[in-house]
Design a protein around this ligand. Structure first.
Ligand code: CDP
Length: 245
């Protein structure tokens, strides 16, 4: 007779979600992929979807204010995300690898314009929710905890000073081989903050039940450690993350 006790397999009522929201260049992307890898969860970079749409609009000659055409384009985006298992994902738009093109600042700026359109956001809602699969999801964006996954078990709102964010974005762009000006990036970040926070649809703001973290003087490891403390305080989340490993 075996004395081994079988571990009960927990089946969640809903797939657990960790929502990470915050302004541009606050470090959410890096933290989200690190956290997802540690928890064994999937990851959603929702900004990437808006970037893909902006690029698709450029390819098809659709104007960034043409909400009718953008809504149709958003509903029919032919895009695949191939995860390489190291946190990087290749993005294939209409058969073409656009991973690097998506990281250009011009695309980020265009993304922030199309993201302000109500019908564009609705058209992309189900596509984002489809990322919610077992064992769990880490979702990074502006409205993850407020609109897309309001029932997330953990909501984190990450901020950092404009100067710190501009410096991070500057180094990131140089590493990817793009030209960048720190002064232009600083101004662009201010403009983007203003647009994201003041738009009428899904504005950037912390969910009422979000945990706040200011990462201005924190390294990535420190931020991840802090969030893991919050994860451990959520029994449901901790159980599934553990089960996934
Ligand atoms: O961080 P950064 O603004 O450079 O880029 P991103 O996260 O890739 O998102 C691109 C743009 O999409 C942002 O500037 C936001 O305006 C918008 N966005 C949004 O409105 N809602 C989201 N959930 C994610 C991004």
């Amino acid at each position: 007779m075996s004395l081994e006790v079988e571990k009960p397999v927990l089946v969640p009522a809903t797939v657990p979600v960790v929502a990470l929201d915050g302004p541009t260049a606050s470090g959410k992307g890096t933290v989200a992929s690190r956290l997802a890898a540690l928890l064994g969860f999937h990851v959603l970079d929702s900004g990437l979807l808006y970037r893909v749409l902006a690029l698709a609009a450029e390819h098809h000659g659709v104007g960034l204010e043409n909400e009718d055409a953008l809504e149709v384009l958003a509903g029919h985006l032919d895009v695949q995300f191939d995860c390489d298992g190291r946190g990087d994902s290749r993005v294939i738009l209409e058969g073409e690898d656009v991973s690097l093109a998506l990281r250009q600042e011009t695309v980020g700026r265009a993304a922030s314009l199309v993201a302000a359109l109500r019908r564009v956001r609705s058209a992309l809602l189900n596509r984002q929710r489809a990322f919610r699969e077992l064992p769990g999801l880490v979702a990074d964006g502006r409205d993850m905890g407020t609109v897309v996954f309001p029932d997330a078990c953990l909501k984190v709102y990450m901020t950092a000073s404009v100067e710190a964010r501009a410096g991070r974005r500057y180094r990131q762009l140089l590493e990817k081989g793009f030209d960048a000006s720190l002064a232009d990036l600083t101004q662009d970040i201010r403009n983007r903050d203003m647009r994201d926070m003041t738009r009428t649809v899904a504005p950037l703001k912390p969910a009422e039940d979000a945990n706040h973290i200011d990462t201005t003087d924190m390294g990535v490891d420190e931020v991840v450690e802090r969030i893991l403390i919050w994860v451990r305080q959520q029994p449901e989340l901790a159980a599934f993350a553990h089960q996934a490993q």
